[in-house]
Design a binder for this molecule. Structure first.
Ligand code: SAH
Length: 214
């Protein structure tokens, strides 16, 4: 890449993330450091810091930087927490969570994406990310409960296994909507055995496909 990725990343964070109200210093610092251009095809590297999602093959996309920042901020991840992500895709969001010190478990249903994300994360030395090929709407029962769960694809309902696998005091962030490619971003919290649900904003994600998806 001819342009300096560090400068592009600084601009991305200043203009797309800080200017739009993200304040979590740890999220901001991780996104300033993490080389997002290494999570897309080389031919696409120059566009990696733009204000939009990008294709990663197999009809899937890496989320827009602001959405990654927003979802990560909502999740309030602390070092050592057990985190589940559904929809590994490129592995970028998983890497952000790993850099925050979480023990990350991420599930992807498309074999090619699963493999390339696993290789990429390993090559970056992010050994605190575990990638599994499966239907993530079923969660990851053998590792549950999780302190935090993040879903980066949009389905028609909140998958019940994910609520079941959320620890007490846990937070679940996911897009849910009645139609394809248009959802509400939800924050679900488990407190005192009760499940509270809040709508954050409108979002557009690729389909969550599976037993509790489309
Ligand atoms: N978090 C990703 C972006 C994900 S795009 C990143 O940072 O790059 C959404 C991903 O969810 C796609 O890769 C898609 O294949 C995957 N997906 C959709 N339904 C799924 C399911 N039921 N289980 C696991 N992955 C799923």
């Amino acid at each position: 890449m001819r342009v300096d990725p560090r400068r592009m990343r600084e601009r991305m964070v200043d203009e797309q993330i800080v200017a739009r109200g993200i304040t979590d210093a740890r999220v901001i610092s991780v996104m300033r450091e993490l080389p997002r251009h290494l999570f897309v095809e080389e031919a696409m590297a120059k566009q990696a810091y733009k204000d939009n999602p990008l294709p990663i093959g197999e009809g899937q996309t890496i989320s827009q930087p602001y959405i990654v920042a927003l979802m990560t901020e909502l999740l309030q991840v602390e070092p050592g927490m057990k985190v589940l992500e559904i929809g590994t895709g490129s592995g970028y969001q998983a890497a952000v969570l790993a850099k925050l010190g979480a023990d990350v478990h991420t599930v992807e249903r498309i074999p090619k994406l699963c493999e390339s994300a696993r290789d990429r994360l390993r090559a970056m030395g992010l050994f605190n990310v575990h990638v599994k090929l499966d239907d993530g709407t079923l969660g990851w029962p053998s590792i549950a409960p999780f302190d935090r769960i993040l879903v980066t694809a949009g389905g028609p309902e909140v998958p019940p296994p994910l609520v079941d696998q959320l620890a007490e005091g846990g937070r679940l962030v996911l897009p849910v909507g009645p139609t394809h490619r248009l959802q509400s971003l939800l924050l679900i919290e488990k407190k005192g055995g009760q499940v509270q649900r809040r709508e954050v904003c409108g979002v557009q994600f690729v389909d969550l496909v599976g037993a509790h998806g489309w």
